[in-house]
Design a binder for this molecule. Structure first.
Ligand SMILES: [Zn+2]
Length: 170
């Protein structure tokens, strides 16, 4: 599923409870979900999709799927034919807008309403993830900085080094 960022699940109990094989299946299911986030639930189909190059007995697939449902990582959809991922355990969530607004204000105040990249004071300011969110950057204050609209739109999801390099060649 595009635009979905996997969260670090190494410290999530549901995933930790899984056998290594069930966790491999979970990863492969993620790769095979369709644009609506669904995958046919028939174990034979799952085997064909997820392990095209391996000969795995169907009953093992069934067992691993059971592990994933028991641990609340996937569920059967109401259509009775497909499974989907339980998102909150698997994907990183963006902060809700009210929390985000509070953080943004803190960042602007800390940075004295000045763009960290070009020094513009005031005007249209945005809050930039120094390590981009899409590349695993967090919403912690240390990873956030004030950027003018123009700098932020140029930086997009670039790493800081790449953005600075691009800026210096302009
Ligand atoms: Zn700027």
């Amino acid at each position: 599923m595009p635009n979905r960022i996997l969260r670090d699940w190494t410290d999530i109990e549901n995933v930790n409870n899984l056998s290594a094989e069930a966790e491999v299946l979970l990863v492969r299911i993620l790769m095979k979900l369709d644009v609506k986030g669904k995958l046919i639930s028939n174990p034979r189909v799952i085997r064909a999709y997820c392990f095209p190059l391996k000969k795995i007995p169907e009953n093992k697939i069934t067992k691993w799927i059971q592990e994933l449902t028991d641990n609340d990582l996937i569920h059967y959809n109401s259509d009775g034919k497909t499974i989907s991922i339980n998102r909150t355990n698997i994907f990183r969530q963006r902060l809700c807008s009210s929390k985000w607004r509070i953080i943004v204000k803190q960042v602007f105040e800390r940075d004295n309403y000045t763009c960290s990249y070009c020094g513009q004071y005031g005007g249209k300011l945005e809050c930039d993830h120094i390590i981009p969110f899409s590349k695993g950057g967090t919403d912690e204050l240390e990873n956030l900085t004030t950027a003018c609209k123009s700098c932020n739109q140029t930086k997009k999801d670039m790493y800081l080094e790449d953005f600075l390099k691009l800026k210096s060649t302009k």
